[in-house]
Design a protein around this ligand. Structure first.
Ligand SMILES: [Zn+2]
Ligand SMILES: [Zn+2]
Length: 147
């Protein structure tokens, strides 16, 4: 799906969910779609504040939360100090560098269909699963060698 279609779809889903599509909301969503790094709210704010001088970091936080609660975007992980967001809501997995905090998408059918352990099924309603591989990425590995 290209970015343009994704933005059209976002607008459509906002309407279905009764969320007004304000210029600020569009700017936030566009910034997320155009950034493959799984950015945190600060990074999105930095991207859009030049063109949206009245926007505040709090507004960015609040809208990302609203998007997430309405299933329009997803949250990557709470492993970082700072929440990271993802424009992809369809199930997928992540490779996360423990040093530079880089997050890379991973699509893998076998991970999608892993056997859910009994202990997880017991007493819990499962809403989904996502696998995170914690790695030291090649760039960070090379960095270490140079030091
Ligand atoms: Zn790294
Ligand atoms: Zn992702």
């Amino acid at each position: 799906m290209n970015n343009h279609n994704q933005i059209e779809q976002f607008i459509g889903e906002c309407k279905v969910k009764g969320l007004s599509v304000t210029p600020q909301r569009l700017a936030i969503y566009k910034a997320l779609v155009n950034d493959t790094s799984h950015p945190n709210p600060e990074k999105i704010y930095d991207t859009i504040k030049i063109d949206n001088p009245t926007i505040t970091l709090a507004t960015v936080y609040k809208n990302l939360e609203t998007f997430e609660q309405n299933g329009l975007i997803s949250m990557v992980t709470n492993l970082h100090k700072n929440v990271r967001y993802d424009p992809i809501v369809k199930q997928h997995h992540h490779i996360i560098c423990v040093k530079c905090k880089k997050v890379v998408d991973l699509v893998d059918d076998e991970l999608d269909s892993i056997k859910i352990p009994k202990d997880v099924l017991k007493n819990n309603a499962i809403i989904g699963h996502s696998v995170h591989f914690n790695v030291v990425c090649s760039e960070c590995k090379n960095q270490n060698l140079k030091e």
